[in-house]
Design a protein around this ligand. Structure first.
Ligand SMILES: Nc1ncnc2c1ncn2[C@@H]1O[C@H](COP(=O)(O)OP(=O)(O)O)[C@@H](O)[C@H]1O
Ligand SMILES: [Mg+2]
Ligand SMILES: [Zn+2]
Length: 284
């Protein structure tokens, strides 16, 4: 009898002990470092480092694309930006007419500097371009006594370089600008004089190609002086650069653009005035 009771109690103890052990084990398992985490690897264990593919561009961790190219994500992104910028650049050059002849030939590379004057012209222009975008209205004048020395060639080369770097440039052949203004007085003209002036005021750089005394008659002179002052004064005050080409020497600028505009121009030009006078390229 006693044996039966003791036997029962012993089995009951063993059963309870077993229950407790099971509970302890379960509790331990939930805190166990072997419990798998969200990524499928045991918690608290560092994931074994898989041997990455090296990016051929930068040596970073790369992956193979569907097309089988090996590239890292930052190099892939940089390449995409590059393609985007190339496209924008082409569009800007196309819009400016610089992809078609003859303007497509007017580049810095194709400008031959075989005299001291032309070498200086090239150097002044390149140094000036290197100063962007930290310039404050610094401007350049390329002038010569005669024609065919490469003023327009350099002006378009500058135009191209600035568009390539993403600067905003307004290019005016002065004679065309004036005839556009004259046309704007027609009732059915799309452009207004005000619109043309604001175009000439806009952009980081304004190129005025072929500024000359012959643009206006004696009677039209005060009007032309006023037009130039409206453009130059605005650009002077807002620190926006200009590149001017002319067949007149700068000491005649007072006469051509008027005293007020000329004095602001001289300040903007500083020492960047180049006399390119020499033999006509077309006669060579
Ligand atoms: N230094 C030069 N290097 C290369 N081509 C030149 C040079 N100077 C003039 N030319 C070429 O001669 C032609 C006339 O030059 P252009 O720039 O229009 O002269 P400008 O504006 O001084 O009258 C253009 O076809 C131009 O490309
Ligand atoms: Mg010219
Ligand atoms: Zn890379």
């Amino acid at each position: 009898m006693v044996n039966v009771v003791e036997d029962y109690l012993a089995r009951d103890r063993a059963h309870k002990e077993g229950q407790r052990n099971l509970e302890r084990r379960r509790a331990q398992e939930t805190q166990s470092p072997n419990e798998p985490g969200a990524d499928g690897w045991p918690k608290g264990r560092t994931r074994p480092k898989l041997r990455p593919i090296e990016c051929p561009e930068c040596g970073g961790d790369a992956a193979e694309t569907e097309k089988g190219n090996v590239v890292c994500s930052s190099c892939a992104q940089a390449a995409e930006w590059g393609r985007f910028h190339d496209k924008m650049r082409q569009e800007r050059l196309e819009k400016a007419g610089l992809l078609k002849e003859p303007l497509s030939k007017y580049t810095l590379d194709s400008f031959e500097a075989d005299t001291a004057a032309l070498r200086r012209a090239r150097r002044v222009v390149v140094d000036w371009l290197m100063g962007f975008p930290y310039s404050h209205g610094e401007s350049v004048l390329l002038w010569s006594d005669g024609y065919g020395v490469g003023k327009t060639h350099l002006a378009h080369a500058v135009h191209r370089e600035l568009l390539i770097t993403g600067s905003s440039v307004t290019f005016f052949f002065v004679a065309d600008m004036l005839s556009s203004i004259r046309d704007s007085y027609n009732r059915d003209s799309e452009e207004t004089e005000k619109g043309i002036v604001s175009r000439a005021r806009s952009g980081n750089v304004l190129v005025l190609d072929d500024l000359a005394k012959e643009h206006v008659t004696e009677r039209g002179r005060p009007w032309f002086h006023d037009l130039m002052l409206r453009i130059v004064d605005y650009r002077y005050n807002t620190g926006r650069s200009m590149l001017i080409t002319s067949n007149a020497s700068p000491d005649r600028f007072g006469e051509i653009v008027g005293g007020a505009a000329a004095s602001r121009l001289y300040r903007m030009l500083g020492g960047r005035i180049v006399d390119m006078s020499g033999p006509d390229w077309r006669m060579k």
